[in-house]
Ligand binder design. Structure first.
Ligand code: SF4
Ligand code: SF4
Length: 418
C-alpha cells in the first residue's frame, strides 16, 4: 500500500495535458470532463485537502471508471489512476448509493465461503430448475437487480467445476516433481467449468500434477474495486491460508482479473503473513504455458479466431504476446487480429450490472471491431470479458467466446470439425 505522502504526491503530479482524454472509453460515450482521469485526480486532490465532502455526487463520479487503465498507458506523469479511483471508492464506501447494498451484501456473503456456496446452490436450484434454464426469469421478479443479472450473466452451471472435480489430478506422464497450483475463480467455477477442465487437461497432458483447493474463495477483486476494502482483505487472508498447505511453487489461473488481484496482495496487504510470497507465485496460465514450453496435442483445430485483450491482462500485467502464442501454436488455428484488440469491452466486473446502459455502449464498438474480422469465434483470457462479449451472440456478431486454453485442450480431440 502506498504511504499517504506518496499518494498525495501523485495527486499533485497531473499537468492537465489531456492525453487521457482520447483514450478513455467512457469519455468517448459521454463527452463529459468528469469521466476523465485528470478530473478524478483533481477531485481526489480537492477531497484530500477538505475542499470536497463525502457526497452522493462525488461517489457517482468515482463509480464512472472501467479500471481499463488506458489513461495510465499514455499519462506522461505516470499517475496510477486506478489506485486513486480505488482509494476514493474505499473512502466513499459508506455514502449511500444504488450499488452500496450490492457491495455490502457481496462482502457479507463472499467472506463466508460456506454461506457463499450454499447461496450459489440455492440460486442454481431456483434459477436453473424453477426457471427452466437459469435465465433468472423468476428470480428477477423477486430481486430487482437480478433483472439486469439475467440480461448480462450466463446461467450458473448445475455442476460447478469444484463439485465435479475428480480429486486425483494425476499427471498422465507421471512425474511427481512437476506440481502446479491452480486458482479457480468464482466465474470459472460457476459459469465456465469447462475452462477449468481444459486447463487441468492441458497441464495434465504435459505431465503436471495439478493442486486445487477444495473450495473456491473469491479473490476479492470485485469487492476491492467497489470500495469494500475490509471484506477484500479478509478474502485475501483466506485465499493465502488456503494455498499455504498446497506447497505449489507456482499457482496458475485462467482469469485475468484474479491473477492481477492475487499478484497485488503483497503490495496491498504486506501485513498479512505470507502475502508477498504468495503473490510472487501467481502466473497467468497462458504465460505459464509459454514459459514452460507446454506442448499441444496431435490434432489440428481448423478454425478462424480473433483475440480480445482483457485490460487486466494486457495493460495491467503487460501480457499481450503469450495468449497469442498459445493460439498460433495450435495447428490449423488461424488468428485474425481485430482492430483495437486492447480497447475495453465495457464489462469491467460488476460495471455491466451497475451501469448497464453505458456498459452496452462501450461494448458496441468492440462488437463492430469483431464483426470486421469475419469470424464469430472470439478468444479472451478473462471470464468477465467473456460474459460481456457473449452479449454479442444476441446481436449475431459473436458465435462463441472461448479461453485460449480451451482451444489448446482441443488438440487432444480427434476430428475437430472445420
Ligand atoms: S494524462 Fe495524466 S497528467 Fe495528463 S491530464 Fe491525464 S491524468 Fe493528468
Ligand atoms: S481507467 Fe479507463 S475508464 Fe477509467 S478514467 Fe482511465 S481511461 Fe477512463
Amino acid at each position: 500500500m502506498r504511504s499517504e505522502a506518496e499518494y498525495n504526491d501523485y495527486l499533485r503530479k497531473c499537468i492537465r495535458c489531456s492525453f487521457c482524454q482520447p483514450v478513455c472509453p467512457l469519455f468517448a460515450e459521454l463527452r463529459e470532463e468528469s469521466t476523465l482521469a485528470r478530473a478524478k485526480v483533481r477531485l481526489a486532490k480537492d477531497f484530500s485537502v477538505g475542499k470536497l465532502q463525502q457526497t452522493v455526487r462525488l461517489k457517482e463520479l468515482f463509480s464512472l471508471c472501467l479500471d481499463c487503465r488506458a489513461c495510465e498507458s499514455v499519462c506522461p506523469a505516470n499517475i496510477p489512476v486506478h489506485e486513486i479511483v480505488q482509494e476514493m471508492r474505499g473512502k466513499l464506501q459508506n455514502v449511500s448509493s444504488p450499488d452500496k447494498k450490492l457491495y455490502k451484501t457481496a462482502g457479507a456473503v463472499l467472506t463466508r465461503p460456506r454461506l457463499a456456496r450454499s447461496l450459489a446452490s440455492t440460486i442454481i436450484t431456483i434459477g436453473n430448475k424453477l426457471n427452466r434454464g437459469g435465465n433468472f426469469s423468476l428470480t428477477k421478479k423477486v430481486v430487482p437487480l437480478a433483472r439486469q443479472a439475467g440480461e448480462v450473466f450466463p446461467s450458473i452451471t448445475e455442476v460447478p467445476f469444484l463439485k465435479g472435480l475428480k480429486r486425483s489430478n494425476q499427471a498422465e506422464d507421471t512425474d511427481q516433481k512437476k506440481k502446479v497450483g491452480y486458482f479457480v475463480g468464482c466465474a470459472t467455477n460457476y459459469f465456465y467449468p469447462h475452462v477449468a477442465q481444459a486447463a487441468v487437461k492441458v497441464l495434465g497432458k504435459n505431465g503436471y500434477h495439478v493442486l486445487i483447493p477444495h473450495e473456491t474463495i473469491c479473490c476479492g477483486l470485485p469487492l476491492y474495486s467497489g470500495g469494500e476494502h475490509q471484506s477484500a482483505r479478509k478474502l485475501a487472508a483466506q485465499v493465502i491460508e488456503q494455498f499455504q498447505d498446497l506447497k505449489a511453487e507456482v499457482i496458475v489461473t485462467d482469469c485475468a482479473g484474479c491473477s492481477l488481484h492475487l499478484k497485488e496482495y503483497g503490495r496491498l496487504w504486506p501485513d498479512i503473513p505470507g502475502s508477498v510470497e504468495f503473490s510472487s507465485r501467481i502466473q497467468d496460465i497462458s504465460w505459464f504455458i509459454v514459459q514452460e514450453k507446454l506442448k499441444t496435442g496431435p490434432y489440428p483445430v481448423p478454425w478462424n479466431v480473433t483475440y480480445h485483450d482483457p485490460c487486466h491482462l494486457g495493460r495491467a500485467q503487460g501480457i499481450y504476446a503469450e495468449p497469442r502464442q498459445v493460439l498460433t501454436g495450435i495447428k490449423g488455428l488461424n488468428l485474425i487480429e481485430m482492430e483495437e484488440s486492447n480497447r475495453c469491452c465495457g464489462g469491467s466486473g460488476l460495471f455491466s450490472l451497475t451501469k448497464p446502459e453505458l456498459s452496452t455502449r462501450v461494448l458496441a464498438r468492440k462488437l463492430q471491431n469483431i464483426k470486421k474480422t469475419g469470424t464469430g469465434l472470439v478468444a479472451t483470457s478473462c471470464p468477465s470479458c467473456r460474459i460481456q462479449l457473449e452479449r454479442g451472440i444476441k446481436h449475431q456478431v459473436v458465435e462463441q467466446v472461448v479461453h485460449p486454453v480451451e482451444l489448446m485442450a482441443k488438440t487432444w480431440d480427434e476430428g475437430v470439425n472445420k
